[in-house]
Design a protein around this ligand. Structure first.
Ligand SMILES: [Zn+2]
Length: 94
């Protein structure tokens, strides 16, 4: 199990309603990756953005696996909390 870090309040408005955002970041026609970040639901400020591994657009199983990978969310949460390290976690290592 991946431990979820507790999120710091928004540095801009102090809001505590911090949410996870994952959107398709179209790169090439046949390959996509997801753009992930935490954001404040009060002032809509986004934390540092990170990207998942690339996956074939038609690989629905692979896309679902990425969406369900807790490591992706934990990485975004760590970035939000400003605890990013030089170490890049392997987010698609199955
Ligand atoms: Zn805010």
């Amino acid at each position: 199990m991946v431990k979820t870090p507790s999120l710091k309040p928004c540095p801009f408005c102090g809001g505590k309603d911090i949410r996870f955002s994952m959107k398709i970041d179209g790169k090439h026609y046949h390959v996509i990756r997801y753009r992930v970040a935490m954001y404040c639901n009060k002032c809509h400020t986004y934390g540092p953005i990170t990207f998942t591994e690339e996956v074939l657009r038609t690989n629905y199983a692979g896309r679902e696996a990425i969406k369900k990978d807790d490591a992706v969310k934990v990485q975004a949460e760590n970035l939000w909390n400003g605890r990013a390290t030089n170490e890049t976690p392997h987010i698609n290592e199955h």
